[in-house]
Design a protein around this ligand. Sequence first.
Ligand code: SF4
Length: 256
Amino acid sequence: MQLCEFTQLELPAALRVGRVHSVDSMGAVDGPGLRFVVFLQGCLYRCRYCHNPDTWDRRGGEERTVAELIAEMRAYVPYMRASGGGVTVTGGEPLLQADFVAGLFEEAHKVGIHTALDTNGFAPRERAAPVLDHTDLILLDLKQLNPEKHRALTGQSNELTLAFARYASDRGVPLWIRYVVVPGWSDAPADVEALADFVQGLRGVERVELLPYHLLGKHKWEAMGIRYTLEGVEPPTQETMDRIRAQLERRGLKVT
Ligand code: SF4
């Protein structure tokens, strides 16, 4: 909770401060319509394919207030309305700055802006709850359902993420599930069946977005002096993507 240094009371939503990596004023891939996309700093996963390792450090980025960002996005409201868009907060992992995101979404709702949270779900329920109070859509990244493979791929357990998914489902927040297909790491038929099993148990899943692994972020790892451990792994073939899509569709899921 962010407190006022004078009163020691919780800061009003507009005054809360977040560490922001960057913004994209007209994003078109992180939720419906045209979106003002806010990339937040900090992530506790270490996905081997991460294309934004420069967002990992919680101390990086620039401090911005909710009020500043709302003022900046106001210019784009007509485009959001015309396209059915809104604001998306992504990262990094936005739930590491839950107070800030809750404040940003609360203020966005006051001016009629649709809110989407792009998250890996790695946060306890009590931290996520205030954010979900003002969230219209969750883009939930499920990396792997198999616990050992998940830890090998991301460096973390998937328990919190799966609990978050069930909590969001119980609260009735619409969900778009995102799944990155990495050859040898998440493309096995059994991996896809486990994904389908889990997703079928959730309410409110509107679609599953299949994202092919790509190498576009690799240069950032090199620039940051971090060893890239998926060296030699190529993007999935069209055949693999088609097979996974068919597998999920056979289970009654809408795939995009
Ligand atoms: S959760 Fe996202 S930001 Fe965090 S390491 Fe994975 S891909 Fe990168």
